[in-house]
Write a protein of this length. Structure first.
Length: 358
């Protein structure tokens, strides 16, 4: 919010002073025993002093060693501009860099706006001061005219006194003496007034030049502000694009996480089904092992039984053979055909048992 200023003028003797209420500090004038109402020495016109109007505020470009960039600076307030932030590290992401640049641009724009407000206030102060000096010049010119008129009236009175009687010659001489002194003092005062008038004209010209310089600086600041606004718009677009990209990446990540969760769930279900199948197979193998043990036990029993049967069969074969031999000897005819006997072989049972065991 721009600060407001108010000005007022007061007259002290023959000297004019301008009292300014604002940001310009007051400082005592050296050797006068009173405080000057303005820090600008051009406002003090006492004892015939003719001082030059110098702009209290000068805008200049300075190079900051800390930030490594150019910035605006003033003699009255050298710390108006914000320092540029240090460079971010290389490990920062693009969004962080964009945010840092955006904050830096906002700080610079805010500082520029503050500076423009200060320059506008200074411009108003200068305009008011120039107006006051114009008024002072007019008043001094009016006083000079009054003094000239007074001088004319005194000349008339001198002519009238010279044409009067001899009674007033001495008084006239005394009057001439006083008039000469007054004329001398009035001539000195007129000369001092003319010198001060010339000095005021020079100061007005310098004030106009300073005003023109302030206007140029204001235009330059307006151009810089436009450039910063364009850069801010570009950064805003980049930030919006970055936010869109981040949102798209978040959607992709959520979709991939959901897909991974579905795949994990499917794999878990498949693993559970495989575990069930393995448990069923293990149970079946366990059952088959039990059946195999039972079958082996039955095979051993059958083998033992078959061995007993083979022994019985062998003993029966031996007894049968003996009976046949005895019967053969008892026959009446030796050439009689013999009955063929068929031996039962136990190879089939043995083979079956060996196959079953294997």
């Amino acid at each position: 919010m721009p600060r407001t200023f108010s000005t007022k003028s007061r007259r002290r003797g023959t000297a004019w002073q301008a009292t300014t209420v604002g940001t310009i500090p007051t400082s005592p004038s050296p050797g006068k025993g009173r405080s000057s109402v303005s820090s600008d020495p051009a406002f003090d016109y006492e004892e015939g002093e003719s001082q030059k109007l110098v702009s209290n505020i000068k805008v200049r470009k300075v190079f900051s060693m800390k930030s490594g960039k150019e910035c605006l600076d003033t003699e009255a307030n050298p710390a108006t501009m914000d320092e540029a932030p240090t460079k971010p590290s290389k490990a920062t992401t693009t969004s962080e860099k964009d945010q840092t640049i955006q904050e830096e641009t906002r700080g610079k724009m805010k500082a520029l706006e503050i500076r423009v407000g200060e320059l506008e206030n200074e411009l108003k102060i200068r305009q008011l001061a120039i107006g006051e000096k114009d008024g002072q010049i007019k008043i001094m010119a009016r006083d000079l005219d009054e003094m000239k008129q007074e001088r004319v009236s005194l000349d008339k009175r001198l002519v009238e006194a010279e044409s009067s009687s001899s009674f007033v010659i001495k008084e006239n001489e005394q009057f001439k003496k006083e008039f000469t002194e007054q004329k001398t003092s009035l001539g000195d005062l007129a000369q001092a007034t003319e010198c001060r008038f010339v000095s005021l004209e020079k100061q007005i010209l310098e004030g106009k030049e300073a005003l023109k310089q302030l206007e140029n600086d204001q235009k330059w600041l307006a151009n810089r502000s436009g450039d910063h606004q364009k850069a801010f718009g570009t950064l805003t677009g980049r930030l919006a694009a970055s936010e869109t990209l981040v949102a798209q990446l978040q959607v992709d990540i959520e979709r991939q996480n959901k897909q991974a969760a579905d795949e994990r769930e499917a794999f878990q279900m498949k693993l559970e089904s495989i575990e069930k199948v393995m448990n069923n197979k293990n149970n079946r193998i366990h059952n088959l092992e039990g059946c195999l043990q039972d079958s082996a036990k039955e095979a051993r029993q059958l083998k033992a039984l078959l061995t007993q049967l083979n022994e019985k069969f062998a003993s029966k074969e031996v007894s049968k053979k003996r009976m046949l031999e005895a019967k053969t000897h008892n026959t009446k005819s030796e050439h009689a055909p013999r009955r063929k006997t068929h031996k039962r072989s136990d190879h089939s049972a043995t083979d079956w048992l060996s196959k079953y065991e294997s």
